[in-house]
Design a protein around this ligand. Structure first.
Ligand code: AMP
Length: 336
């Protein structure tokens, strides 16, 4: 299978793994299946190469992904607890993320330390920031890139690696529905199935493991959907009050932004979420005809052409009309 990652990049990673002993692996805030699956698969490679490693993230592993980390080896970053470990580490592998902002406090600390950094990602990047960047936006997922890397480095594809990569590709392609679903994703997954993974078990772990609070929140959020621009834009909001009343938390909101795309005629979906500190997180989704990361950038965010995000100052009631107004440009000269 011809891949995206060039042989010289694989050789470079090989040399880095050979040369150094202590590694840290991390991914973005609010880690998802692609970030976590990629971490687990890459960590297994380091284990096979008899290296010392820690996986440190800004947030705990969401419940539906805990099956990827049965021994609870993933740690939640705490500056006091981890400063020594980070100071003595040789290399930080940053997966599924290509800006310092989404590494939060961990990113700030890493910049102060002289840690070598390697970034492996599929997000479009304006300015690569690591010492070594392996960034291919045409990849379906970071999991696809990790697969290529592990193949290139002759890793043994254990059940754990296969399940982790499958989870990464499954979740980031929206179960093979999104525009990033490519032939490689299917080829890799076919090979993982041949290796004996159980897709029903993984599906059940990821998608049939929701809290009652999440389902109650979903009912509230979906009940409040509003349409604009002749039904081409759908938007929804989540307030702190709604979280409180349903008992849901931030992690219960993953994937909610995708729902309005299922409505006939809707091209773009926006989810506005009021955060505890009063800021507003916006998720932008598109069915694939309207590019929305430009709009996300107007609010200091970014992301993929058809799935992007931003975090901006509140209050919610000011942000919503402001974003909706700016969204008008998306539909200009574009007959319904
Ligand atoms: P989300 O709506 O949080 O699921 O994010 C969708 C995508 O948008 C992510 O995969 C990121 O590529 C990107 N993204 C989300 N939040 C931000 C942000 N604050 N800044 C830049 N990119 C973001």
């Amino acid at each position: 299978m011809s891949g995206l990652i060039q042989p010289d990049q694989i050789a470079r990673i090989d040399r880095i793994i050979d040369k150094y002993a202590n590694f840290i692996i991390t991914t973005h805030v609010n880690p998802d299946g692609d970030g976590l699956g990629s971490e687990v698969a890459f960590a297994e490679l380091l284990r096979q190469r008899k290296k010392t490693f820690s996986i440190i993230n800004n947030n705990p592993v969401p419940e539906n992904y805990r099956f990827l980390d049965p021994n609870q080896q993933m740690e939640v970053f705490n500056k006091d607890r981890h400063i020594e470990l980070l100071t003595s580490a040789d290399v930080l592998f940053i997966l599924d993320i290509s800006d310092w902002g989404r590494l939060r406090e961990l990113g700030e600390l890493v910049r102060e330390l002289s840690l070598k950094t390697v970034c492996i990602d599929h997000h479009p990047v304006q300015e690569p920031f690591a010492d070594v960047d392996i960034i291919y936006p045409e990849a379906s997922s970071t999991g696809e890139l990790i697969y290529e890397l592990l193949k290139g480095l002759n890793a043994r594809f254990t059940q754990r690696i296969c399940e982790a990569i499958y989870t990464a590709i499954l979740t980031d392609t929206g179960s093979f529905r999104f525009t990033n679903t490519n032939p490689a994703a299917h080829r890799i997954v076919a090979e993982l199935l041949e290796a004996g993974i159980n897709p029903q078990k993984i599906y059940s772990n990821v998608y049939e493991n929701q809290s009652l609070a999440r389902v109650k929140l979903m009912a509230r959020v979906l009940g409040g959907i509003q349409l604009e621009y002749d039904g081409r834009l759908a938007w929804m909001k989540i307030t702190q009050q709604m979280l409180k009343e349903t008992g849901a938390t931030l992690k219960d909101t993953e994937g909610l932004a995708d729902f309005p795309r299922s409505i006939a005629g809707v091209e773009v979906a926006l989810l506005f979420m009021e955060l505890e500190d009063g800021k507003v997180k916006i998720s932008f989704r598109s069915k694939g005809n309207v590019v929305i990361n430009g709009l996300a950038k107007e609010f200091n965010g970014g992301g993929h052409a058809f799935a992007a995000g931003a975090s901006t100052d509140g209050p919610l009631d000011t942000v919503i009309p402001n974003v909706l107004q700016r969204a008008a440009a998306l539909f200009e000269n574009r007959p319904a």
